[in-house]
Design a protein around this ligand. Sequence first.
Ligand code: ADP
Ligand code: MG
Length: 251
Amino acid sequence: MNGKILETENVTVSFDGFKALNNLNFSLDTGELRVVIGPNGAGKTTFLDVITGKVQPTQGRVLFKGRNTRRLAEEQIALLGIGRKFQTPRVYLNLTPRENLELACNRHKNVFSTLFGRPPVAERNTIVGLLETVNLSVKADLQAALLSHGEKQRLEIGMLVAQSPDLLLVDEPVAGLTDEETENVGELLLALAESHSILVIEHDMEFVRQIARKVTVLHQGTVLCEGSIDEVQNDRRVIEVYLGEPMEAAE
Ligand code: ADP
Ligand code: MG
């Protein structure tokens, strides 16, 4: 392995001739936390779709841990170690956070042992640890329906981590959250970044500033620029692209 967990080489995705991704070259180091920003329609969600195998590249290739994922189904790519968190939380509202995490831990195991057996000690410890990581120990046995939006987001990030992926893909994790919840999610991602490679798509510039080391700006399906948050916010091309859609917290 060459130290890159993810690479895309000249990836183009065409929908009826329209290029949602256009000759996209991108690479993520193993262990890196990267934030991808870009105006609406830039291709951010399509970028995640092509990484997870939901969409096939029209041209070019996606390499995960150096392996071309072209012929693999979405489930196979997930099993290689890619986990994705969608924008809206998908937790089971009638179950507790603990039960949600138990299910997530067992998604690739035997469903019956999950439903009818008691989880083994090692797994119970894992779940206690996960509850601590996502800061939900106190609410572990409440119905998830009673959690705030921010707590549900954290629970879902925990469910993602429960599947032990090497690469976490996180689409707009703080949309609709309060400032305090946003900061909590930021701290959680920073903690997870110590043991995972993470790719975050985000709009909220204050949040990007909280977590980002390196930022990639997508525009019209291709990389417009990359650098530190200060570098990209002062880049003339980035400012032009965002003119119709001012960057928040750009002062
Ligand atoms: P972003 O997430 O950055 O807002 P998307 O990746 O969702 O952008 O979309 C990029 C462009 O591709 C948009 O112009 C969108 O309308 C178009 N697009 C996305 N998915 C499809 C699809 N399945 N069919 C046709 N056009 C699509
Ligand atoms: Mg999108």
